[in-house]
Design a protein around this ligand. Structure first.
Ligand code: ZN
Length: 536
């Protein structure tokens, strides 16, 4: 299997904007919500910001002796202005709201570049207005990665932040950092680790509001990942840790998301997929830490049989004790062949019975799960995961749904990056579409945690997109057959024009899956010499 290397992070800057004269004991900050339509982190809450632009190198920043910092400050100021209409530039104090808007119009219509605009209106940026509070790098599990400079900035007096509701941002509001962090704790919003760190740090308050407090800055910088060391434990939602592990998976993915779902008393591990020893050790250390805090390991659940999801199951059991392995019967039966065969510890397949409701910890070794089983984790908060048998990508594929918070663990049925391969006979397109429909019918869905890539905060939009994409492909494939293409290879060349020739072998597998469904639907027939012809 070919593998790809992690994407190189792109430089970016973000602004943690403090309200003018905010209360030091309960500071307010400007939080934006990213549009549901965005492919990357759509629906997430964030701080304003964006990527470096070439023009940022041309902006002079006073009191800044480091060239790279100057660029980051220019980027932060520009993005803040573009996204929120807040202009943090010296010499601009006398500008009215209307004048600032006309400047913004000059910038956005391209009449004036950012450096030219600053010069023309005799404005300048000052590093003293942008307090550096850390650099965070997106972990390598994402195809889009950023090396983001965070700046704490006080909003100038008499400026009103405003979100135009454009393509990128849905809304923006002044919120108490404490209240926003509480909302995350109640599973009401999703944010990436640096944003959560910022909210949590501000929520503790600071000493004075005359100057940005040095002690506050120190707390920002004390974050273990505030200096470009990517986060390993990503807690998009409380009690659900996403722990991506490097795996030989399907490009563009380079990692498989292992999930650690915990309560005060129990821990459930999902898909320890890495066959690599360093990654297995890192995962085992994270598990051991959660256990050392007084939890018991309730089991290791496998969403499906693919090697990038089960590759580290024996290694984890060897390191943290013989935990139960939970899987669908079809996965469990195939497991001894697929799991890394080590002389010291093959996965035992025992008591393969499904029960209507399972309390973990009571059953030995391998537990077969069936559709509509419930996995209950004891402790605080009580977590009840509904097991859904959702074949399509793999026959024994499971998803897990928690109704209270609307959380769906989707395995490889929905992923945060790349596409889902339906490869017959393990893969089945009709089953897959039925599984997507079942997921789409879940009430109150607020997040999807996929087997690869970042969490999905716009679940229904994503599910609709997946279904529409498949049906669109199906129509094109049917049309290609009607136009005379009779083999998967021939169909790929006319339908998969958006896919590089390198990926054609895989595309042929997907076409075959579509053809099987079309044959079942009676729209296409297969001849004895494996040609696909239209049914009239
Ligand atoms: Zn898979």
């Amino acid at each position: 299997m070919q593998t790809s290397t992690a994407a190189t992070p792109k430089d970016a800057a973000a602004v943690i904007l403090l309200k003018h004269n905010t209360r030091p004991d309960d500071p307010e900050v400007f939080l934006v919500k990213r549009s549901h339509k965005l492919a990357f982190l759509g629906g997430f809450h964030a701080f304003p910001g964006g990527q470096f632009d070439a023009v940022d190198t041309e902006v002079e920043v006073k009191n800044c002796d480091d060239a790279e910092t100057c660029i980051a400050i220019s980027c932060a100021a520009r993005e803040l202005f573009e996204e929120t209409q807040i202009l943090v530039a010296r010499g601009g104090e006398a500008l009215t709201q209307g004048q600032r808007l006309s400047l913004l119009d000059d910038l956005q219509t391209g009449r004036m570049s950012w450096p030219a605009l600053l010069k023309h209106y005799e404005l300048h940026l000052d590093a003293n207005d942008f307090v550096f509070v850390g650099r965070w790098v997106t972990p390598p599990f994402s195809a889009r990665r950023f090396d983001t400079w965070f700046f704490l900035v006080k909003c100038p007096a008499k400026q009103r932040a405003f979100i135009s509701g454009d393509a990128e941002l849905e809304s923006g509001d002044w919120v108490s950092a404490k209240a926003a962090y509480d909302r995350w704790q109640r599973s009401e919003i999703l944010a990436v680790p640096p944003v959560l760190h910022g909210l949590k740090t501000l929520a503790a308050g600071f000493r004075n509001d005359a100057e940005i407090d040095q002690e506050l800055v120190a707390r920002f910088l004390a974050g273990p990942n505030a200096h470009r060391e990517p986060v390993r434990r990503i807690e998009f939602r409380p009690n659900y840790i996403c722990f991506p592990v490097r795996t030989p998976t399907k490009p563009p993915a380079t990692h498989t998301n292992c999930y650690l779902i915990y309560t005060s008393r129990e821990l459930l591990v999902i898909d320890p997929g890495s066959p690599y020893e360093d990654e297995q050790e890192a995962l085992a250390a994270a598990v051991a830490q959660l256990l050392a805090e007084g939890r018991k390991l309730s089991g290791i659940l496998l969403t499906h049989i693919h090697p990038d999801h089960v590759g580290g199951v024996n290694a984890l059991r060897a390191r943290v004790g013989n935990a139960n392995v939970l899987a669908h019967r079809l996965t469990a039966e195939a497991l001894p062949d697929m799991a890394e065969a080590r002389p010291s510890g093959r996965v035992a397949i025992e008591s393969p019975q499904a029960k209507p409701s399972l309390t973990l910890g009571l059953l030995p070794h391998t537990v077969c799960l069936a559709d509509e089983d419930t996995i209950e984790l004891d402790g605080e908060p009580r977590i009840a995961l509904r097991v859904m048998h959702t074949p399509g990508h793999a026959r024994g594929h499971l998803c897990l749904y928690e109704a209270r918070t609307g959380t769906l663990i989707s395995g490889d049925n929905i992923v945060g990056l790349g596409s889902v391969l339906i490869d017959p006979p393990e893969g089945n397109m009709r089953d897959y579409l039925n599984s997507l429909a079942r997921m789409r019918a879940l009430p109150n869905l607020s997040v999807i945690f996929g087997g690869h890539g970042p969490a999905i905060a716009n679940p229904y939009a994503k599910l609709d997109e997946y279904v529409a994409h498949r049906l669109d492909r199906e129509q094109k494939i049917l049309q290609a057959v009607r136009d005379g293409a009779a083999t998967p290879k021939g169909i790929v060349t006319v339908v998969y024009t958006d896919v590089s020739p390198k990926a054609h072998a895989m595309a042929e597998r997907a076409v075959l899956a579509h053809l099987e469904k079309l044959v079942e639907d009676g729209l296409v027939r297969e001849t004895s010499d494996s040609l696909f012809l239209p049914n009239n």
